[in-house]
Design a protein around this ligand. Structure first.
Ligand code: WT7
Length: 636
C-alpha cells in the first residue's frame, strides 16, 4: 500500500506513534501525509488556533481528494473491487464496481454536473437513497471542486429546505424513489415540496431507481441517465487548495437550528485514511462493511472516503437490518464474506431482541474485526455482539468521535489495543484528550470523570460552521478557550481508558442520531394545539435515548381528544424534521417547572422522564412547586 508506513501493527508501535504525534506533531503528520498524491506540497503542516477556531492543516498544498481515492489506485488496484452494492431486496441484483469502473462512473457524473452548470465552490445538496449513484455523486462533486451537502433521505421537506437555504445550494441531486425494507418512499416528491421555498436552486438532477413516474419541472429538472448519454467519460480533477471546502454536513446542537459543519480537503483526507486503516487494521483483500447511511458523517468517513483512500473494498447496503428478516445483516456478511463489520449499538440492541436463531443460522466465519459507533454501547449489547456475532474471536472497536471531528478520535486499534466493554479506550495518535471540571480546570490522573475536551488540533477537525464562524467559535472553542469542547462527559479508568458517558449539553442521542432538545421543541411548537413544550431524553432499551415531550396546549385537552392531539403533534414533528425525531412519549401538562426568572428546569423534567422521582434535587427556586406534583402524577 502506498501509505504503508503510517500503519500501526503492534501496541508498541501505537505507543511510539502516539508519543511522536504529541512531541512533534508537524513531523508526525508530514510523514503521514507524504505518500498521498499532491499537486503541490504544503507550506505549513498546522496552524493551530483553539481560541478563535481558525485551524488550518497543510496550508499551501494543492490536491484533489478523488485522485487519492481513485486515480492513485488504478495502476495497482484497477481491477480490485472498490464498491459492492447490496440491494434492499436480496433477490434483486447486487452491483460491483472495480476501482477502474468507479473512476469512470465518477468522471461521467462529474461531467454531467459540469454540463449542468455546477462549478467549483458551488454547493450541491444530495438527497438520495443508499444506491451506488449516491456514492458516485458525492465523489463527482469532489472531483470538480463542488461542495457536497448530503441530507439523509429520511429528513422532511422542511428540513431539506432549511439546509438548502442555509448552504445556498444551486443544485440538488435526488432520485425518483427509495426502498426502505417493505416500504417505498417517493423521494422526488419530498424534494419538490422542499424546493417551493428554495430560490437558490437552479437545477435538479434525478437518478432513476424505482422507475416511478415523477413530476419534472420544466427548465429545472433533468434525468441523470439522459444527461449521462452525452457526458464524456474522462474528467480531469479540479486542483483544490488544502483548506478549500470539501463538504458541509448539518448536525444538531443545543440551540434550535442545525448547523453546517464544514470540512476541508487535505486535513480531512489524511485523517479519514489514517484513522480507517489503523482502527480497522485493514488488510489488502478484506471486504469491509459499514452499515451507516452516507447521509451521516460515519457514511462519509467510513463507508466512502476512508475505505477508498486506503484502497479497500467497501460494501454499501440499501436496506434495513430487519428486512426481509432480522437475519439480514448476518446473511449479507456470509454472502459477501465480510471481514470487518461496523455498525451502531442501536442496531445490535434491536436485533438482540429477536430470536437468537436469526444470527446462529449464519456462519460469520469471515469476520475478523467488529466496530460500533454513535452512542455508548451498554455491556449487555457488547456481550451479545462479542459472543454471537464475533464468536468471542473478534475484537470490538468502540469508536468515539463526532461529525465535527471528521473521524475517529478514541478507539482501540483492531486487536492490538486492550479491550474493555463499554470503553472507547485510548486516543488515536494526534488526539490529546483531557477531562475538564465545569470551571475548565484540567483533571489530572486516572479514575476521574469530567467534560471531555481536546487540547491540540488534529487534521480532520471542524473548520467552521457554514456562513457563521462565530457560532463555531462559541460552540466548540468559546466554552473553554484553548480547548475544543466536545459536549460529552467521560470517565478515565485506572489504565487511562476512556468511557464516554453521554452528552452534557441539551443534545440527545436517539438511535445514534443527534437532536437538540430546542430543535424538537421548535417543531412541536409549530403545532396548532401547542403553546409551549419542553423535551428531554430518557433511557430507552433499543434507541439508547428516547424523546419525552412535555407539552402545554392552548385549550384544555379532554381525555377523548388525547390520542388525536398526540397524533397531530407527532405529525408536525415528522413534517418539520422527519420520522427519526418522533417523540416516544408525549405528556400534556398545564405548566412546566420554571425558575422565578422563567427558565425551564430541565433537570427536574429529566428526572421525571427517567422515573427518578424520589430524588428531584433542589426545587426551592421553582416558581410553582405544585406543577411538579402534577407532572409526576401524569408521567407516562
Ligand atoms: C455524538 C456525536 C461519530 C459518528 C456518529 C455520531 C456520541 C459517538 C460514541 C461512542 C459513546 C458516542 C457522542 C458524540 N457518540 N460515538 N463510541 N460511545 N458515545 O456522530 O451525530 O456527530 O454524534 O455521538 O455523544 O458527541 P454525531
Amino acid at each position: 500500500m502506498p501509505t504503508q508506513h503510517s500503519r500501526i501493527r503492534t501496541f508498541e508501535e501505537y505507543t511510539d506513534a502516539y508519543k511522536r504525534s504529541v512531541e512533534n506533531p508537524e513531523q508526525f503528520w508530514a510523514d503521514v501525509a507524504e505518500p498521498f498524491t499532491w499537486r503541490r506540497k504544503w507550506d505549513t503542516v498546522v496552524k493551530a488556533d483553539l481560541v478563535g477556531g481558525h485551524n488550518e492543516w497543510f496550508s499551501g498544498a494543492k490536491l484533489n481528494i478523488t485522485e487519492n481515492c481513485l486515480d492513485r489506485h488504478l495502476a495497482t488496484r484497477g481491477n480490485k473491487l472498490a464498491l459492492i452494492w447490496e440491494p434492499n431486496d436480496p433477490k434483486t441484483r447486487q452491483i460491483r464496481y472495480t476501482y477502474r469502473e468507479l473512476h469512470q462512473e465518477v468522471c461521467r457524473f462529474a461531467n454531467v454536473l459540469h454540463n449542468n452548470g455546477v462549478e467549483k465552490g458551488d454547493r450541491v445538496c444530495i438527497y438520495m437513497p443508499m444506491i451506488p449513484q449516491l456514492a458516485i455523486a458525492v465523489l463527482a462533486c469532489a472531483r470538480i471542486g463542488a461542495v457536497h451537502s448530503v441530507v439523509f433521505a429520511g429528513f422532511s421537506a422542511t428540513a431539506i429546505a432549511d439546509r438548502v437555504n442555509d448552504a445556498q445550494a444551486t443544485t440538488v441531486l435526488t432520485s425518483d424513489g427509495l426502498n426502505r425494507g417493505a416500504r417505498q418512499i417517493p423521494v422526488k416528491r419530498v424534494v419538490d415540496e422542499a424546493l417551493e421555498t428554495c430560490p437558490s436552486v437552479r437545477r435538479v438532477i434525478v437518478v432513476e431507481h424505482l422507475g416511478w413516474p415523477v413530476h419534472m419541472e420544466e427548465g429545472r429538472d433533468v434525468w441523470y441517465h439522459e444527461e449521462a448519454l452525452e457526458a464524456e467519460k474522462s474528467c480531469p480533477a479540479e486542483e483544490m487548495d488544502a483548506e478549500d471546502m470539501l463538504f458541509i454536513l448539518y448536525t444538531s446542537g443545543s440551540t434550535g437550528k442545525p448547523k453546517g459543519v464544514v470540512h476541508t480537503q487535505a486535513g480531512y483526507m489524511v485523517w479519514a485514511d489514517y484513522t480507517f486503516r489503523n482502527v480497522f487494521q485493514v488488510q489488502e483483500n478484506d471486504i469491509y462493511w459499514c452499515t451507516a447511511d452516507i447521509g451521516w458523517v460515519t457514511g462519509h468517513s467510513y463507508l466512502l472516503y476512508g475505505p477508498l483512500l486506503s484502497g479497500a473494498s467497501t460494501l454499501m447496503f440499501e436496506g434495513v437490518p430487519t428486512y426481509p428478516s432480522a437475519g439480514r445483516f448476518w446473511e449479507v456478511i456470509d454472502k459477501h464474506g465480510v471481514n470487518i463489520f461496523y455498525t451502531a449499538p442501536t442496531a445490535i440492541r434491536s436485533l438482540m431482541a429477536t430470536p437468537l436463531d436469526n444470527v446462529l443460522s449464519y456462519s460469520l466465519d469471515s469476520l475478523r474485526i467488529l466496530g460500533t459507533v454513535g452512542e455508548p454501547i451498554n455491556v449487555e449489547a457488547w456481550d451479545w455482539y462479542h459472543t454471537h456475532v464475533g464468536k468471542e474471536r473478534c475484537p470490538i472497536v468502540d469508536t468515539w468521535w463526532q461529525t465535527e471531528t471528521g473521524g475517529i478520535m478514541i478507539s482501540a486499534l483492531g486487536s492490538i489495543s486492550p479491550l474493555k466493554p463499554a470503553h472507547a479506550g485510548q486516543p488515536l495518535p494526534g488526539v490529546q484528550p483531557v477531562l475538564l471540571t465545569q470551571e475548565g480546570k484540567e483533571i489530572e490522573g486516572n479514575e476521574e470523570e469530567g467534560y471531555l475536551a481536546i487540547k491540540y488540533p488534529w487534521p480532520g477537525m471542524i473548520r467552521t460552521t457554514y456562513g457563521d464562524h462565530e457560532r463555531c467559535r462559541q460552540t466548540y472553542f468559546g466554552a473553554y478557550p484553548g480547548y475544543y469542547f466536545t459536549g460529552d462527559g467521560a470517565r478515565r479508568d485506572k489504565d487511562g481508558l476512556y468511557r464516554i458517558i453521554g452528552r452534557v449539553d441539551d443534545v440527545i442521542n436517539v438511535s445514534g442520531h443527534r437532536f437538540g432538545t430546542a430543535e424538537i421543541e421548535n417543531a412541536i411548537n409549530e403545532n396548532a394545539y401547542v403553546v409551549e413544550s419542553a423535551v428531554v431524553g430518557y433511557p430507552h432499551d433499543v434507541k439508547g435515548q428516547g424523546i419525552y415531550a412535555f407539552v402545554i396546549c392552548g385549550e384544555p385537552v379532554k381525555p377523548n381528544q388525547l390520542s388525536h392531539v398526540e397524533a397531530s403533534i407527532i405529525e408536525t414533528v415528522v413534517a418539520e424534521i422527519g420520522k427519526i425525531a418522533k417523540p416516544d412519549k408525549i405528556q400534556i401538562v398545564s405548566g412546566l417547572p420554571k425558575t422565578r426568572s422563567g427558565k425551564i428546569m430541565r433537570r427536574i423534567l429529566r428526572k421525571v422522564a427517567e422515573g427518578e422521582i424520589s430524588n428531584l434535587g433542589d426545587t426551592t427556586t421553582l416558581l410553582d412547586p405544585g406543577i411538579v406534583e402534577e407532572i409526576i402524577a401524569g408521567k407516562k
